[in-house]
Design a protein around this ligand. Sequence first.
Ligand code: DGL
Length: 268
Amino acid sequence: MDDRPIGVFDSGLGGLTVLKELMAQLPNENIVYFGDTARLPYGTRSREAIIKYSIQCIRFLLSKNIKAVVIACGTASSMALQAVKETFDIPVIGVIEPGAEAAVRITRNNKIGIIGTQATIASGAYPRIINQLNPGIETLSVACRLFVPIVEEGWSDTEIAYLTAEEYLKDLKLWGADTIILGCTHYPLLINTISKIMGPEVTLVNPGADTARQVKEMLAHRDMLREDEDAGRYLYYLSDFSQRFKQIGSSFLNKDIEYPEKVDIENY
Ligand code: DGL
């Protein structure tokens, strides 16, 4: 048993889609959330920058006495997971493996579409893991650069989001993917828009659900689950003030979230 909180980070709001799954599957765990809003987006940065940012995010979370880290960001998971595992002596779980495993389980026609940031798509992390799991599966990857700013702006369910998504998704639609991985943790906030375009036959995989399941299994296996039965508490930190974080976050999580505290991440 281990009563310390779980640390979760993303470049901004996207990690809340993973946090929501963690809250549902691990309701007694305390969680510290960090959004690196001062340096968002991560998806257009170099590998070196993403590794440096991820290490700083984890150093900050360690200052909050966490017991494990969830990289709730597709970009940081695809670019920095290995480096942070080598740097820190604490369990770290990213979103790529859980997302790939879920999609491989779900596909029926063996055609998996992957959408993500420029960096995640360029890393080739999803196709690599999918092909390790099943070499008979074909993948088609599309970088959707405008999705993160649209979500951060609070425009997920607008005409702008719809037209943008239509353009990005047209090749995947033509190609006939039956399963699409929402390979950036911001994208589940666009799920209504994306599913309108892809239609009911296409399954959209939110890697957050399987990530939370793996976190639960890992903590149980190491006897690190929190023992107290009262509801978990959640603390939010951002590296820059974001007007929308509290508003979009509260509405997405269906609970009034604490006002995020500002952290100078360059000190870590
Ligand atoms: N949520 C991050 C991801 O999963 C967004 C990346 C960004 O900041 O560009 O990739």
